[in-house]
Design a protein around this ligand. Structure first.
Ligand code: SAH
Ligand code: SF4
Length: 428
């Protein structure tokens, strides 16, 4: 979501006549886009702002956007950190105004206001992270209020974009040569637009599955989507994947914990059993859908037994990838009121244990893939001479021998080797 925000701000600034500088040393304006999901991410802002103050040459205009900007607001002007403006998560359409005001000499510019009605969600080609893969936001914010999470406070309530607008964006991207779109949102499957306009012709019990079918019908080569909230994951999503080849066989379904008592304390709205049922149904798809997840270790009160249950669930689900996080109390969330009673050492130990299981599962999955053919979108040079890198529909990174002419095309790659998180292969 932050990368996507940055692409749109860069687009806005390019339209206003600015261009991206080669480095922070040569830049006149530096924008720090921030994350506050975990303390470490938040701490980075203060470190970076400090480094910028020490850069030699004329003083730069420094702006902060993103979640820390939204949550901290005026506080960021304290302690003389050299910050000129602070732009909240919904005010990013007005970064250009803030820079103009700072150029005029205005100090401590703060905008935590609402998003414009006509906010342009589509970044321009030159500012997208890839010419072939594009992010398409479909919903912003979150209403779930998991007890550990800051997102509902930093990103506000859920708001879905109109389906007709999303379809227009996908068609535009397709015209510009994009091969793969990622529909993004904190919880994409909680998608609930104000009107069904644009979805009438599509089947499915939830608006999200109808949207998936509508996006598939644009004819774009590949569609991926992330993140799916387990409680809102229904079989109609798997049905849509089963029936549309261009809906990719990958579901990111964060479980967070394998213990019912921890899940209750997190207020996730799912149990181990209900989650397993969803995994079983996804696994029964003939598309061989790959699964990934997010896990938090060391939530307040998590016992060794709770953690063992997480390990069991982990093995049961056979995830293809997992983001594992150590619990980090976020001020203002209900969990921050609880005693952070799992020691740093225990958190680290549990993190490493899960990582070990993950590596074992990944190796098994990679072994199964050896000799098979994957349809890989050639996205960029891998960094190795004569080698390209891209993703399979199931979101595995695949490197293979190839030339520039392959870039932006989907090629059949025979998998020959597996190393850590990457598969290697040859074009068939
Ligand atoms: N909406 C998504 C996740 C958004 S945040 C979902 O519900 O799955 C991304 C991930 O950060 C979460 O899935 C969670 O695993 C992790 N996370 C969020 N708050 C955290 C905290 N306080 N400490 C550690 N990890 C956290
Ligand atoms: Fe945070 Fe829960 Fe919302 Fe995900 S669903 S963003 S974890 S509150």
């Amino acid at each position: 979501m932050n990368v996507s925000d940055s692409e749109r701000v860069a687009s806005q600034l390019e339209r206003l006549g600015y261009s991206i500088a080669d480095s922070e040393e040569t830049a006149d304006v530096v924008l720090l886009n921030t994350c506050s999901v975990r303390e470490k991410a938040e701490q980075k802002l203060y470190t970076r702002a400090g480094q910028l103050k020490r850069v030699e040459g004329p003083r730069k205009i420094v702006g902060v956007m993103g979640c820390v900007a939204q949550l901290e607001g005026n506080n960021l002007f304290k302690q003389d950190r050299g910050i000129d403006f602070v732009i909240g998560t919904k005010a990013v359409g007005r970064v250009g105004d803030a820079i103009a005001a700072a150029v005029e000499g205005e100090k401590r510019i703060l905008d935590l206001g609402e998003r414009e009605e006509d906010y342009d969600w589509l970044p321009i080609k030159s500012q997208r992270h890839s010419p072939y893969v594009a992010f398409v936001p479909i919903i912003e914010g979150c209403n779930k209020f998991c007890t550990y999470c800051i997102v509902p406070f930093s990103r506000g309530r859920e708001k879905s974009l109109e389906a007709s607008e999303i379809i227009r964006h996908v068609l535009e991207l397709r015209r510009e040569g994009v091969k793969e779109v990622h529909l993004i949102g904190q919880n994409v499957n909680s998608y609930r637009p104000k009107s069904e306009s644009g979805l009438e012709a599509f089947k499915g019990t939830t608006p999200f599955s109808r949207l998936l079918r509508a996006v598939a019908a644009t004819g774009i080569e590949r569609v991926k989507f992330t993140t799916s909230f387990p409680r809102d994951y229904h079989a109609d999503i798997t049905d849509a994947i089963n029936e549309h080849e261009n809906l990719c066989n990958w579901v990111h379904l964060p479980v967070q914990s394998g213990s019912d008592s921890v899940l209750r304390a997190m207020k996730r709205g799912h149990t181990v059993e209900s989650y397993k049922k969803k995994v079983d149904s996804i696994r029964s798809s003939p598309r061989n859908i790959s699964l990934s997840t997010d896990i938090i270790v060391g939530f307040p009160g998590e016992t060794e037994k709770d953690f063992m249950e997480t390990c069991d669930l982990f093995e049961y689900c056979e995830y293809d990838s997992a983001y594992i996080f150590k619990y980090s109390p976020r001020p203002g969330t209900p969990a921050a009121e609880l005693e952070d009673d799992v020691s740093t050492d225990q958190k680290k130990h549990r993190f490493l244990e899960l990582e070990k299981i993950q590596r074992k599962m990944l190796q098994r999955s990679f072994e199964r893939k050896k000799g098979s053919v994957l349809r890989v979108l050639a996205e960029k040079p891998s960094g190795r001479e004569g080698q390209l890198s891209g993703h399979s529909p199931c979101q595995t990174v695949v490197n293979f021998e190839g030339d520039e002419e392959h870039l932006g095309t989907i090629v059949d790659v025979v998998v020959t080797e597996a190393k850590r998180n990457t598969l290697f292969g040859e074009i068939r």
